[in-house]
Design a protein around this ligand. Structure first.
Ligand code: ADP
Ligand code: MG
Length: 491
């Protein structure tokens, strides 16, 4: 609790330093065909109210039936978060009124959730630190519908397509201490969900939303009163909302005021949070066990079977990339951030130089794809083409410089790298006779520079450049260097 605080994470107020404390509740839409308690489709973007069963519309007398696939996905997610899986959990009604909630209550899990305590290991790029964020719980609940207020001047509409879609609410302990850490946490959690295939993590479509709880305190003191910023739907906005909210609270406290616990909204246009309502307490919802649903029970063998079929997750993959291919922690993290990038890397690296593969993917391919607005799955250069380029460098057939030209050709025109090198005469010149000829020509044309270079050997680089120009970049740079030194009499 009272571990020394990294001073870089503190905020300087007018009256001294402050520390931010953040805990998050992430709503992740479960990847499933049908809703949590009905057979209606979960497909995104259908006509309004086209994916609504009688259960989702809360017609009297309808009974919810649990969708086993959603349960399976919640357990798999719990396993991915190294969490306690509860073999018995229960569903409760959380009562509140809203036009997009026809039941008048949300079926959720309150006292006994399906998943208990777990953890997420997070690399924070800005500080280089690795932190452990404890997970308090994961529970299953229904999503509500959507109210649409801006289609008509005097009327609002309700679209129940989302009503009843399964959500996993993943609650963290208040372990985060900066906007950077919060962003890194959500990014990592989303990566894990995507590896597991339990949530697509598409924040633009609302598949992943964050409620961000923020408070501030003097370093080492008790937690302060928090405000909850609801439904933030982008990682960038999460960071902005935290920065703004922390400064707002500090200003109030330094002015001698107190923080009211409340629910706030982040307005990305204004870059501000504003009050939505005073914070409701659990008793406001009159939670009680849903009489329509039996407790959810399964046995350990079922859990073990799901555990056996879990894919390799990002942390394990990162460790393996470091030990098997000798990658740095940084390169390994970049590659495992998306499963598709990690797979692409392994295809390139298999039987080749792993470090070279990582370098080419991270520095050249990602940069080039970015420029085209493409992701790795749309890469015009396949893993085997990139592998071919790396092989040609390794065999000294082409220089690193020519390899970049070759990469550009393959990226824009396609083709087999080895054939292109052959056809277009891109092979590196290692023939010392040819290199010597080029060097002699440069020396003959620049007698003044030769004198200068003898006095100032750093000028050698200029000669190397000239020779490379003469040979169209194809001379083996090492051979050029050696022959030049000998001819100029430089050690
Ligand atoms: P509630 O049930 O009222 O929503 P919880 O105890 O479940 O409250 O906490 C909700 C979220 O708020 C959790 O993610 C938790 O980590 C976070 N949280 C709790 N106390 C604080 C605090 N003082 N500052 C920041 N976040 C907090
Ligand atoms: Mg809560």
């Amino acid at each position: 609790m009272n571990a020394p605080v990294n001073p870089k994470k503190l905020i300087k107020g007018a009256t001294g330093d402050w520390e931010i404390v953040i805990g998050m509740e992430i709503h992740a839409q479960v990847t499933s065909q049908a809703k949590l308690f009905s057979g209606a489709s979960t497909a995104f973007g259908g006509d309004p109210n086209s994916h609504v069963s009688l259960v989702d519309a809360a017609m009297p007398g309808m009974l919810p039936v649990i969708n086993e696939e959603c349960v399976r996905q919640a357990i798999r997610t719990g396993l991915g978060l190294k969490a306690q899986i509860n073999l018995r959990s229960t569903f409760d009604r959380k009562n509140y009124f809203y036009p997009d909630l026809p039941q008048g209550y949300q079926i959720s899990q309150y006292k006994s959730p399906i998943v208990g305590e777990g953890e997420v290991i997070v690399d924070v790029p800005e500080t280089g630190e690795t932190i452990t964020v404890r997970i308090e719980r994961l529970h299953l609940e229904q999503d509500a519908g959507k109210s649409i207020h801006d289609l008509h001047p005097t009327m609002s509409f309700v679209d129940l397509n989302r009503s009843g879609v399964a959500l996993m609410e993943i609650v963290s302990k208040p372990d985060l201490r900066s906007a950077d850490e919060a962003r890194a946490y959500v990014t990592k959690l989303r990566t894990i969900l995507r590896y597991l295939g339990t949530c697509d993590g598409d924040m633009e479509k609302g598949s992943l939303r964050a409620d961000v709880n923020v408070s501030v305190r003097r370093p080492g003191e008790e937690f302060g009163t928090r405000c909850e910023i609801k439904n933030v739907n982008s990682i960038r906005f999460i960071g902005q909302a935290i920065e703004y909210e922390a400064r707002r609270q500090i200003a109030i406290l330094e002015d001698g005021g107190v923080i009211e616990q409340e629910t706030r909204l982040y307005d990305p246009g204004k870059g501000e949070t504003r009050s939505m309502r005073s914070k409701e307490e659990a008793h406001d919802y009159r939670y009680f066990p849903d009489p329509d649903l039996l407790p959810l029970e399964f046995d350990q063998a079922y859990v073990d079977e799901l555990a056996r079929h879990l894919p390799e997750l990002p942390d394990a993959k990162k460790a393996r990339f470091m030990s098997d291919y000798g990658l740095s922690a940084y390169d390994a993290s970049v590659l495992v951030a998306e499963r598709a990038s990690a797979d692409f890397f392994e295809e390139v690296a298999k039987g080749r130089d792993g470090k070279a593969a990582a370098n080419w993917i991270i520095n050249e391919l990602f940069g080039r794809l970015n420029k085209e607005g493409k992701d790795i799955t749309q890469s015009p250069v396949s893993a085997s083409q990139l592998g071919g380029i790396i092989e040609l460098i390794g065999e000294n057939v082409i220089s690193g410089k020519i390899a970049k030209d070759l990469f550009e050709i393959v990226f824009t025109e396609g083709g087999d790298p080895r054939e292109i090198v052959e056809k277009r005469g891109m092979k590196q010149v290692t023939d010392t006779g040819a290199i010597e000829k080029a060097i002699d020509a440069v020396i003959a044309a620049n007698p003044d520079k030769v004198e200068q270079a003898k006095a100032k050997p750093t000028l050698l680089g200029w000669f190397v450049g000239q020779v490379m120009k003469q040979t169209g970049g194809k001379a083996n740079p090492q051979a050029v260097n050696e022959i030049l030194k000998a001819k100029l009499g430089i050690e």
